[in-house]
Design a protein around this ligand. Structure first.
Ligand code: ATP
Ligand code: MG
Length: 409
């Protein structure tokens, strides 16, 4: 039997529109202009959408049994099959591709800091907050701003001054005269990426308000709790040389930062590149491209759960953290939060580097950024060469790393 044009019994009665004049190929799939389309019969629509019982005003009958399948016909699959609950939405290769694209884009703005930006991104992928502690003018603010743009996050900058109050950060209730009541006005902490600039310049009360928001992912004001958006990350900067008028973060609060990253001075070639790029673009502002959006960032964070961690590499994280506790120069070593951070940031770095398993080398790379700010050197050694950096370097040298190869897994 010849196939009839259209679908359903009503299609038979419909006059077939004259075939349109031959259009160029690229125009074939365009819709016809409204006026050229044949008008539908409004009764037809009603009959199509209402069952014969409801059309006659009768109550709906029981649901019709499924139509038997014709032998040999193929079962139709639903077009979109949602992933089973708990399954990763994004796989590791996709996460690696996106992470590389983000870092490449950051490189177009921040010169010669790939090792540091890799660790910053690994910490963000691991869901944490970053403290960037270094001398002025090394591109910390620039890097934070560029990450916000490339990750597609709302960006807010809060300058931590001595007179900053907790409510300046979290928000507060204000009286709305129009409505005759109080309403909550959200503070700058309600954002995707908060640049907490010079966090050590504000008194402990305000620091505590920020650190609480970082830890709890929520803000409580006047007994009411307001959840922060997700993703929410803090990139805080601090200047390590100035002590006058500063409030160094206590160790217990430093622990809230997943990593502490130092940028360091660029070498002569890199510094010249900063200058030459500035002359090329003929303006101060530099703008990076957005590479992912917040939903994709959340997917990337979820994909890390699939990274394989061999027990001996997990135990290596534990051994490193424990070795800081037993070190002769140390007053207070890393807590288990530190060993967990080694595992989480190391796992993220493995994906950034294109692997789906944690290697001891990943742990070694992130160890200084993860452990140094969690180690307190004995006060009597403050005038010597001993620093938390030298302690972590010592620990990395003395704790034997397991031998894990891909074949052994
Ligand atoms: N690695 C770099 N790549 C590109 N530009 C850089 C780099 N380092 C410094 N700059 C330039 O130096 C300027 C100062 O950088 P930025 O404001 O980010 O420094 P900072 O580390 O935040 O300093 P501060 O601690 O005083 O806030 C930037 O505008 C940028 O042009
Ligand atoms: Mg700055």
């Amino acid at each position: 039997m010849a196939a009839r044009p259209g679908r359903g019994p009503h299609a038979r009665a419909r006059p077939r529109p004259a075939p349109p004049a031959r259009r160029p190929l690229r125009d074939r799939h365009h819709r016809r202009p409204r006026a050229a389309r044949p008008r539908r019969d409004p009764r037809r629509r009603a009959r199509c959408h209402r069952s014969s019982r409801t059309a006659r005003g009768l109550p709906r009958g029981p649901p019709a049994p499924p139509r038997p399948r014709r032998p040999g016909s193929r079962r139709r699959r639903p077009r979109h099959r949602p992933a089973p609950r708990g399954a990763p939405v994004t796989d590791i290769p996709t996460t690696h591709r996106r992470a590389t694209a983000v870092l490449d884009e950051v490189d177009t703005v921040v010169v010669g800091k790939r090792a540091a930006t890799e660790v910053v991104l690994a910490a963000v992928l691991a869901g944490g907050h970053v403290l960037m502690e270094d001398y002025p003018g090394l591109g910390k603010t620039l890097a934070a701003r560029t990450f916000a743009t490339t990750l597609g996050l709302d960006f807010t900058r809060a300058q931590f001054t001595p007179d900053l109050l907790p409510s300046d950060l979290t928000g507060s209730f204000v009286y709305d005269q129009g409505r005759g009541g109080f309403e909550f006005r959200h503070g700058p902490v309600f954002t995707g990426l908060l640049l907490a600039d010079e966090i050590n310049r504000t008194p402990p009360k305000t620091q505590a308000a920020l650190l609480e928001a970082m830890q709890e992912h929520q803000v409580t004001v006047e007994g009411q709790t307001f959840p922060l958006p997700r993703p929410f990350h803090v990139l805080a900067t601090a200047n390590p040389v100035e002590y006058e008028g500063t409030y160094p973060l206590p160790e217990a609060q430093l622990d809230r930062f997943l990593v502490r990253v130092a940028f360091g001075y660029p070498d002569a070639d890199e510094e010249w590149q900063v200058l030459s790029r500035r002359m090329e673009r003929r303006q101060e502002d530099q703008q990076a491209r957005q590479v992912v959006d917040p939903a994709q960032l959340l997917e990337m964070q979820g994909a890390l759960e699939d990274v394989t961690v061999a027990p001996e590499v997990g135990r290596y994280c534990v051994a490193l953290a424990r070795a800081t506790r037993g070190h002769e120069h140390v007053l207070m070593g890393s807590s288990p939060r530190g060993s967990l951070a080694l595992l989480l940031v190391g796992r993220a770095l493995a994906v950034v580097r294109g692997r789906d398993y944690l290697a001891p080398d990943d742990v070694k790379t992130v160890a200084p950024a993860v452990l140094e700010h969690r180690v307190v050197v004995r006060p009597e050694l403050w005038m010597t060469e001993v620093t938390s950096g030298s302690v972590v370097a010592d620990v990395l040298r003395t704790v034997p790393a397991p031998r894990v190869t891909v074949q052994e897994r």
